[in-house]
Write a protein that binds this ligand. Sequence first.
Ligand code: GLN
Length: 538
Amino acid sequence: MARFIFVTGGVVSSLGKGLSSASLSYLLQSRGYKVRLRKLDPYLNVDPGTMSPFQHGEVFVTDDGAETDLDLGHYERFSGVSAKKSDNITTGKIYNDVLKKERKGNYLGKTVQVIPHITDRIKEFIKNESSKEDFVICEIGGIVGDIESLPFVEAIRQFANDIGKKNALFIHLTLVPYLKSSDEIKTKPTQHSVKELRSIGIQPDIIICRSERSIPLEHRRKISLFCNVDIKNVIETVDVRTIYEAPISFFKEKLDIQVLNYFKLRSKKPVNLTPWKKITKIILQTKRQINIAIIGKYVELKDAYKSLDEALTHGGIENNVKVNLVRIDSERLKISEIKSKLNNISGVLIPGGFGKRGTNGKIEAIKYARKNKIPFLGICYGMQMAIIEFARNKLNLKKATSSEFDKKGLHIIGLINEWTKDGKKIIGTKTDLGGTMRLGSYDAKLKENSMIKKIYNKNLIKERHRHRYEVNIAYKEIFEKNGMSFSGLSPDGKLPEIIELKNHPWFIGVQFHPEFKSRPLSPHPLFSSFIKASKNHK
Ligand code: GLN
């Protein structure tokens, strides 16, 4: 049976529970154990699919087509294990499941209640598909004390009781602030947060203290004493210079060893930290830098393009160059400013997006990159915009547009509600916004002698999708005659997946999101190639 590790947070949110869980997962895997990571989110949305990136950051997509919390991206990047639909759940989804069952009369006339029905459903989720794992690490979103997270905390308390406390471990991550004015480190917020956790029945086994500076022994003793935790299990996590240093820092603090000790397990192999050391060194010490412009609508919020930012960094690691991300707001981008804004830029990237706002800025920037031979990568919406730009300015189809934002015009890009997956027909529903997209991993066939085929060095690729609209294949011929090749298609040949320009050093658009599959230890070939071309540009 798997052992279960529950990670809760206290004092404030955004302390890095996801990163801590992901780092722990790497260390345990490196010691020879099989680990699965899961996220339980307390909000009421059924999934984050309909949430604005301003609210919630990026929506991460799994191979099996789940729209999930961005922490699952961290998990994949650190553990190398692809997440599944069954690895992320929200309060909304739990209630949805319970209420559906209630309507069917499956509760046999009983009063349906938070305890036991909601908590049972949470426990079912935690345990689901865990039999082949050595460890399941479950991160509880939000912080202890939030009304919303109560049923989750109650469920994990019960769960530990059900499987026996020796098979379940509680890690609590808190903030240990440093007060500049009095030059003091304060442990009181941690004490209060643990008190809160204990009041709902959970005694943490390990406390991870997030702090600006190293926590002296006397303060660790205080935390150990007041919070009733062995001093060896008071672990500090001081701000790292790059997130890829996190596994190294948790290793130094012996987090993994303390976890194994708790479960009375031995390390099967020594931890391999070499890749993280190498990456950290490249990120921190590489002198050569390039600027990549990301032109999108959500540039103000750092987490809105999380996987993309990471994938570009990975491309930099592969090419020994530091990638500076220059975020440009497409809504505010004036045509007259494009030249000056892109002056110091080595590559232009247009990420995924939705709706009309900001499209003009994107299209004009693409035109500039195409004409001035600046390396360009268009992702999903970015590819659709590149198609519109080419149609309008090169093919002289001035009315070319997408039915997503212009109901009239010439619909080179349009809504599709039927497509095939693994030979089976899929029909999208039109009534709900959530879950109506072509989601998850789909195959694409790459054209002989194309640039994309050289980059991937494969005939068939699998990449993750998240969109409702598609480029109309009927225009393939006219585009190809004029220099834009449709170099990747769905296996049935109906859906354009990749476009590339012939007379341009590096101009590629993809209908999918390659950023979701890039990992620091195996950078995605498309990003490596894009960064290489950008490095060569200037
Ligand atoms: N809005 C576009 C569509 O639905 C693109 C989506 C995206 O970029 N992920 O097709």
